[in-house]
Ligand binder design. Structure first.
Ligand code: UT7
Length: 324
């Protein structure tokens, strides 16, 4: 039997910290509102570092921790909705920065669910003998699309990158992957900038309507239900049981959404990983960065069983149950 398993992890955040107190100075909000409604206290903001720069730093760490060389990488899959360019893909830019030539390097965009989608694609490639070590990255420079005048959204997002090496293995690693999408809700979370429609209308280009927009409370309601449901599905598909869950790594959008999903999984608080207080919502980067921070602090160890679930624009949602 061929399995895929995470053999290395890495993460990177820009140095600049933007606190809730600093946000209060230029947008009508308060630390109290942001903390009680979201759980976020601060986030990191890139000062010139691109998505591929951050992805590079996370990838170097992941490759090192997997105990392989850069030349052992068979493919690069980068989940992002803020690539450096439309063409080339951020994955190709990353591969070039790493100095590796691979049969395939490509981006995928499933917004905040992107990392789990990418992990699912990499898992299938490995099980179909199309690679032994695949670099799977979630990286975002969300600050580039933030509307700093919109208090509904600018307080939520942050920049960062997380990476894993997914390797062919004799022992089970990825036990289940579940993916869902529903374009009926496409308009409740958007960023139209950089798309061909926005670019076509270049004479009447209006930057504000091309930045990140979200009908937060509509997304919230669907997120609570969908993320909990798909997390349960990942456990049911895995061959393991709810009692086997050692840790839950949810997408870091809002602590209230996370609490609702954890309740559905009947999980104690100490099994639920929270990083949004320090990093905010980093979209596709939130799950791999949270995993790496837990590995670095020795919280998640080899053999631990981890459920992860995400929800984002598209709308998309996804989950996985894996043995680390
Ligand atoms: O990662 C991708 C998926 N994204 C998500 O899952 C995010 C899902 N949504 C959420 O997390 C929440 O809906 C938000 C955190 C975005 C908003 O929280 P909420 O409890 O749903 O608030 P709301 O949008 O219903 O707004 C409540 C009030 C409004 O005022 P009125 O109309 O009641 O007077 C807003 O104008 O809070 C106001 N408000 C703010 N007040 C202070 C909205 N943003 C702010 C702010 N500071 N930053």
């Amino acid at each position: 039997m061929v399995y895929s398993r995470i053999t290395g992890t890495g993460s990177y955040f820009p140095e600049k910290v933007l606190t809730n107190a600093e946000l209060e100075k230029f947008v009508d909000t308060s630390d109290e509102w942001i903390t009680s409604r979201t759980g976020i206290k601060e986030r990191r903001i890139s000062e010139g570092e691109t998505t591929s720069d951050m992805a590079y730093n996370a990838s170097i760490e992941a490759i090192k921790s997997a105990g392989i060389s850069i030349s052992d990488i068979d493919g690069v899959i980068l989940a992002t909705c803020t690539p450096d360019y439309l063409i080339p893909s951020a994955a190709c830019v990353l591969a070039s920065k790493l100095g590796v030539k691979t049969p395939y390097s490509f981006d995928i965009n499933a917004a905040c669910s992107g990392f789990i989608y990418a992990l699912g694609i990499a898992d299938s490639l490995i099980k179909n003998n199309l690679g032994k070590n695949i670099l799977v990255v979630g990286a975002e420079r969300l600050s580039s699309i933030i509307n700093w005048e919109d208090r509904n959204t600018c307080i939520l997002l942050g920049d960062g990158a997380g990476a894993v090496v997914l390797s062919k293995s004799d022992e089970p690693g990825i036990r289940s992957i579940c993916m869902q999408a529903d374009g009926e809700y496409a308009e409740i979370l958007t960023c139209k900038a950089g798309g061909s429609n926005a670019l076509y209308e270049r004479d009447s280009f209006d930057i504000e309507s091309n930045l990140f927009t979200m009908k937060g409370n509509e997304v919230f309601k669907i997120a609570v239900r969908s993320m909990a449901e798909i997390a349960v599905e990942a456990v049911e598909k895995s061959g393991l049981s709810f009692n086997d869950i050692d840790f839950f790594i949810p997408h870091q959008a809002n602590v209230r959404i996370i609490d609702a999903a954890a309740k559905r999984l009947n999980l104690d608080h100490d099994k639920v990983i929270i990083t949004l207080d320090k990093y905010g919502n980093t979209s596709a980067a939130s799950i791999p960065t949270a995993l790496d921070l837990c590995v670095k602090s020795n919280k998640i160890k080899r053999g631990d069983n981890v459920v992860s679930a995400a929800f984002g624009g598209g709308l998309t949602w996804a989950s996985t149950f894996f043995t680390f």
